[in-house]
Design a protein around this ligand. Structure first.
Ligand code: ADP
Length: 276
């Protein structure tokens, strides 16, 4: 069983709740099945990088039946598209790296100009774990990479490269609108991506007040009750690069020693208690 899933079950059961699991592998959705029973108070979608449509369909089925979602499907959809997420955050006054997107393969040069590159970072819009994220140091490299990603994935964006982040990012966990924990992830030697899946390592960090505030505002704006807000430490303060609606618990609990799973269950209890 995945660590995060197991921890959520453990924390829920410790408090006398029953947590039923519906997995992608051995289930199908048909309308109106599964019919969420009145005994379900809340629904949590844990999604990975692939086959997320099934999870979303199940989540919507529960939402339509009036079951409270920890993170609503609409909020998950907005946050999963990196460019849409950044549009929303920036429009609400949060700082992000310069970012540009086009559906026209011929616009690579214009995107590069818009983000002040090279260097520039090229990203697949719905990628995760650092897959489909590439640093291009020359104009030719940026144009060739944009072209290759475009052919493979279709939806690609370009972003200003934040050199001073030095291969590191800060992940802040926000639960029920409140900052609860942070860790610094550091990329392996010679790697600009700090993802643990790309050989990065997790370290304790004291988040600054600016970072805590940015994380809480991002979660509120994206309407996510449980999320990981990833940011880069730049010369102009924290720049948000992503809001993850299904953050892993293993790294953050190991680094901080905190019981994040119980904080998630607390958040659900507070919400359920307030409506019943
Ligand atoms: P994913 O969703 O796949 O984790 P991210 O957009 O978070 O993709 O990028 C992966 C990692 O690459 C980040 O955690 C960060 O360390 C690094 N990174 C991403 N964007 C930039 C950028 N604009 N400048 C510098 N480093 C970046």
């Amino acid at each position: 069983m995945l660590y995060s899933h197991g921890r959520l079950i453990e924390a829920a059961e410790q408090r006398g709740h029953r947590l039923d699991t519906i997995t992608v592998a051995d289930n199908a959705v048909s309308i109106p099945e599964p019919r969420p029973s009145a005994t379900h108070d809340a629904v949590i979608l844990r999604h990975g990088t692939t086959r997320t449509n099934f999870g979303m369909a199940i989540l919507r089925q529960f939402e339509l039946a009036g079951v409270w979602p920890l993170n609503p499907s609409a909020a998950i959809s907005s946050s999963r598209n990196k460019f849409h997420c950044l549009q929303i955050l920036s429009n609400n006054g949060l700082n992000i790296p310069l970012s540009a997107y086009s559906e026209d393969q011929m616009q690579a040069e214009a995107l590069l100009q818009a983000v002040g590159g090279p260097p520039a970072v090229i990203k697949v819009l719905d990628g995760a774990h650092g897959v489909g994220v590439e640093l291009c140091r020359t104009r030719a490299d940026a144009i060739a990479t944009f072209d290759a990603f475009y052919r493979e994935e279709g939806n690609v964006m370009m972003q200003e490269f934040i050199t001073e982040a030095k291969g590191s990012d800060i992940r802040c966990i926000v639960i029920g609108g409140k900052f609860v924990a942070a860790m610094r992830r550091q990329g392996a030697v010679g790697e600009f991506r700090s993802n643990l899946h790309q050989g990065g390592s997790a370290h304790p960090v004291e988040a600054t007040d600016d970072e805590k505030l940015a994380a809480e505002r991002a979660a509120q704006i994206m309407e996510l009750n449980f999320c990981g807000v990833d940011m880069l430490r730049s010369d102009r303060g924290p720049l948000i690069i992503e809001v993850n609606s299904s953050p892993g618990l293993e790294g953050i609990e190991a680094v901080t020693g905190l019981d994040i799973a119980s904080d998630v269950i607390d958040c659900i209890e507070r919400r359920i208690g307030s409506v019943s």
